[in-house]
Design a binder for this molecule. Structure first.
Ligand SMILES: [Zn+2]
Length: 173
């Protein structure tokens, strides 16, 4: 099972969101989107937008260890998560940092927007610095730690985005 398949909210839907009919994935629609076998509407499978935050302090970056039961458990990632519909990406980034590591941050510039073929996730990564709060792991995090660039656990990162954002930010590789 891949990381994507293990995340049920990222699995392609079986039913039409409008009428509940069965979705036909046989590819008759030129766009490649499935079509409802009952009402005939195409179902647009949009990407999932993820807001992530690269928090730097004195040259070190904050990483969070994903807790048991989550996809990629036991691996390190940047604090972040999915943006809710109607929520600004910046607000989602700040909320996820608060929930996962207990800090209030001031967002800085955009590190980058990261997306990959056949991956439904589009990750928007901001740089940030700590404003307030008390550092500690939240509900979906087992541990939080600061890493010097030379000590980033490259083999234990959760996602391609995590490594690509860190390399871009610290101009590594
Ligand atoms: Zn339908």
């Amino acid at each position: 099972m891949t990381a994507i398949e293990s995340q049920s909210h990222l699995s392609p839907p079986k039913c039409c969101p409008i009428c509940g009919g069965r979705l036909d994935y046989s590819g008759h629609e030129p766009s490649g989107h499935p079509v409802c076998a009952d009402c005939g509407r195409p179902c647009y499978l949009d990407p999932k937008v993820c807001a992530c935050v690269l928090i730097e302090d004195q040259g070190r970056v904050l990483l969070a260890l994903r807790s048991e039961g989550r996809p990629e458990a036991g691996r390190w990632n940047l604090p972040g998560g999915f943006v809710d519909r109607g929520e600004s990406v910046e607000a989602a980034a700040a909320r996820e940092v608060r929930e996962e590591v207990g800090l209030e941050v001031e967002l800085g510039g955009l590190v980058g927007v990261f997306s990959y073929p056949d991956d439904p996730v589009v990750a928007i990564v901001y740089a940030a610095r700590v404003k307030a709060g008390r550092l500690g792991p939240g509900g979906e995090t087992d541990e939080v730690a600061w890493f010097e660039p030379a000590h980033i656990p490259w083999d234990l990162l959760a996602f391609q985005t995590t490594g690509d954002a860190l390399k871009k930010y610290f101009a590594i590789g």
